[in-house]
Design a protein around this ligand. Structure first.
Ligand code: SF4
Length: 297
């Protein structure tokens, strides 16, 4: 019998997530959903008062430009991307022009943004797919967008929400991940699971604006290393207000940890054994020594 992925418990990559607050099987604590919903509404209201005009900070005129800018923004800052895109959009004004770009020429144009070879490859691949599959027009559904090279849920959510006014999901970037955790709106670290949790907690028509406001708050007040709780409007509803920030493990330490599963790591010597080791060493050394000659009479 052929069984679908759904019946096997799997979920296709990038498909619409199901709420994880209500159905968790990973051992994580299930928060009181209704109480968290009420607190999320308070967070949302306070954020709206603080940042009524929060918007995506990548300069763009249309969906095509926002797709390009968002792909470039990976591991970079919006400010830097905004210095690169004017020349890029002048040279490649639409997907048809970008689809025919010379890889080396494009790499030079986006070199400042980091990972420029991969980004140039993704940009050309994305543009060619848009031309071939969608007649040069950026598609307006999550499934069609995430099927394009270089586009995952986060980019698709940015484009759908900010260029098309469609609340298909919630943008989860580094700021949203950090603030959602500090505000106690998720217990997860995986962006897809964080998005699922937030989607359950918020009305759909707030998904895009809430993410923008959280990102603005993360950039301007709730900094990664030193959150400015003294000047934060969310103090009354934030369980992490004035709490010390846990230092983050370095990427190298995380990598090392991943390489060595617990079973493969050498087991630490038990304390008693450790203490007994020098004594045993002495005994062995004494045995090896030739017996001293008896004194001459
Ligand atoms: S109270 Fe502090 S930790 Fe909480 S959101 Fe505000 S700045 Fe961040």
């Amino acid at each position: 019998m052929i069984r679908s992925r759904r019946h096997m418990g799997g979920r296709p990559r990038n498909s619409t997530p199901t709420p994880s607050n209500t159905r968790r099987n990973d051992g994580a604590k299930t928060p009181d959903l209704e109480a968290t919903r009420i607190r999320t509404a308070q967070v949302s209201r306070l954020l709206a008062e603080a940042w009524p005009d929060a918007h995506v900070e990548l300069d763009h005129q249309d969906a095509y430009q926002l797709v390009v800018a968002t792909i470039l923004s990976a591991q970079s800052t919006d400010k830097l991307i905004n210095t690169v895109t004017p020349a890029l959009f002048a040279r490649y004004p639409d997907a048809s022009a970008l689809a025919q770009a010379d890889q080396l020429e494009l790499e030079k144009l986006v070199a400042k943004t980091g990972f420029f070879r991969m980004k140039a490859k993704h940009l050309i691949g994305m543009a060619q797919a848009v031309v071939q599959r969608h007649g040069g027009v950026i598609p307006n559904t999550m499934d069609e967008l995430v099927a394009l090279p270089g586009i995952a849920r986060k980019t698709a959510n940015v484009v759908l929400g900010s260029a098309m006014g469609i609340n298909a999901g919630i943008v989860v970037d580094t700021h949203v991940s950090r603030l959602a955790a500090r505000l106690g709106l998720t217990v997860h670290t995986d962006p897809v699971k964080i998005e699922q949790d937030l989607m359950v907690l918020l009305p759909q028509d707030e998904w895009t604006s809430f993410a923008h406001r959280l990102i603005w708050h993360g950039r301007r007040v709730c900094f990664a290393k030193k959150p400015d709780c003294d000047h934060c409007t969310l103090v009354p509803v934030c369980p992490s207000a004035f709490a010390p920030v846990q230092p983050k493990a370095s990427p190298r330490a995380k990598w090392n940890q991943k390489q060595k599963p617990a079973a493969a790591r050498p087991a630490a010597k038990p304390a008693a054994k450790k203490a007994a080791a020098p004594a045993k060493k002495k005994q062995l050394a004494a045995k090896k020594k030739p017996a001293s000659k008896p004194p001459r009479a």
